[in-house]
Design a binder for this molecule. Structure first.
Ligand code: PMP
Length: 389
């Protein structure tokens, strides 16, 4: 038998073992075609069927309304940092129509900065656009991430903004929004759900765009899922120079091009899409997002209780905004962290080291992490504390 391992990695992360076993069984012979999924033409009926089924399963799981497109893109979350800016500026320009000249087009774009990923998205926006409004930056105001300021302190631009951007779950800092930000309803709300998509129910109708890389709750890296409200897709400019202040969207970043081609504009990452659907089927069988949401609450609460009841572990995150997916914690004294990690390694509990930018320990407990793995970690945490008190 293979050795039993608990992978607490932040991403790429655990994939359910039943999914891996099924992929293994079908690896050389997909759908009895005598070929692997990777060898099929991406224009074949078989692959198109798989793509459409993957889309439908995702739509079912998240109850995505019909006025939203689901796109399979490449380039990970980082590529979306730029794609968002191009697409939503174009949508805003189209919406304003003849009411202003191109030369006067310079709407603000609003960023809520709650951790290193939203900070990085805002930084990319500043590289490519001149009117970025940082609604708040928790590190700048508080010295460290770990909280979300009350809505009354937010400096939103209001209806003039082309969009408001935030990251629902900050993977590095363990900060997760316990609510959907309240903004002007005429402004598209854009959300990075890379590390908590499919972990809880979400009212999709509140959003303009949601995107997520695959490598946490969906499957292998390589595909990025984008959910976009159809009215935000703007007709593609086929020729011409960049208008003053209105950037042309690079084709591979253009949501409309992807939508018009059912995400088959170019060769998609077929294996990643195939794996995503196996994960979706696994989740549907488990009872869907509602069922996993309850399990995620139980798992994360158990670790936070252990931390809060301990004298050596400490959470750097405000209780109200603690992530259910990534649980960072510190050990006092910090010299113990090395021993904690090597002891965990010996028990086959892997990848618990905190992100290099913040240090400490981080337990990532995505959908695929069973309660059993969390219980093993808690048992070890308690034994470790006993040994050092
Ligand atoms: N956003 C979040 C919340 C993430 O956790 C990550 C990666 N861990 C990214 C964006 C960047 O994703 P990628 O590595 O796919 O570009």
């Amino acid at each position: 038998a293979e050795k039993k391992v608990w992978n607490f990695g932040a991403g790429p992360a655990m994939i359910p073992s039943s999914v891996l076993l099924r992929a293994q069984a079908e690896f050389t012979n997909y759908n009895n075609l005598g070929m692997s999924i990777m060898e099929l033409s991406h224009r074949s009926k078989e692959f198109e069927n798989l793509l459409n089924k993957t889309k439908n399963d995702f739509r079912t799981l998240l109850k995505i309304p019909e006025n939203y497109e689901i796109l399979f893109m490449q380039g990970g979350g980082h590529t979306q940092f730029s794609a968002i800016v191009y697409n939503l500026l174009a949508a805003k320009r189209a919406k304003l129509g003849d009411s202003i000249n191109d030369s006067d087009f310079n709407p603000p774009i609003d960023y809520l900065v709650t951790g290193s990923w939203s900070a990085k998205a805002a930084q990319e926006a500043k590289r490519i656009y001149g009117n970025v409004n940082i609604v708040f930056d928790v590190k700048k105001s508080k010295g460290a991430y770990g909280s979300i300021p009350p809505n009354s302190e937010w400096k939103l631009s209001g209806p003039s903004a082309a969009f408001v951007y935030y990251c629902d779950n900050e993977t590095v800092n363990g900060v997760e929004f316990p609510y959907i930000p309240e903004i002007d309803p005429s402004v598209p709300l854009v959300c990075d759900m890379s590390s908590n998509i499919l972990s809880r129910r979400v009212d999709i109708s509140k959003f303009g765009v949601i995107y997520s890389g695959a490598q946490k709750n969906i499957g292998p890296a390589g595909v990025t899922l984008v959910i976009v409200r159809k009215d935000l897709l703007t007709p593609v400019e086929s020729v011409g120079q960049q208008h003053h202040n209105v950037p042309i969207i690079p084709t591979m970043l253009d949501y409309k091009t992807m939508a018009d081609n059912n995400s088959l504009y170019n060769t998609p990452p077929m294996f990643s899409i195939y794996m995503a659907d196996l994960v979706f089927e696994w989740l549907l069988e488990l009872g869907g997002v509602e069922a996993i949401e309850a399990m995620n609450a139980t798992k994360s609460q158990a670790i936070y209780d252990t931390i809060d009841q301990s004298k050596i572990y400490r959470s750097p995150v405000d209780r109200l905004v603690r992530s259910r997916m990534n649980v960072p914690f510190k050990i006092e004294p910090p010299e113990l962290e090395k021993e904690f990690l090597s002891g965990a390694d010996k028990l086959n509990m892997y990848q618990l080291k905190g992100h290099r930018s913040v240090g400490g320990i981080r337990a990532s407990i995505y959908n695929a992490m069973p309660l059993e793995g969390v219980e093993a970690l808690i048992k070890y945490m308690k034994e470790f504390e006993k040994k050092h008190s």
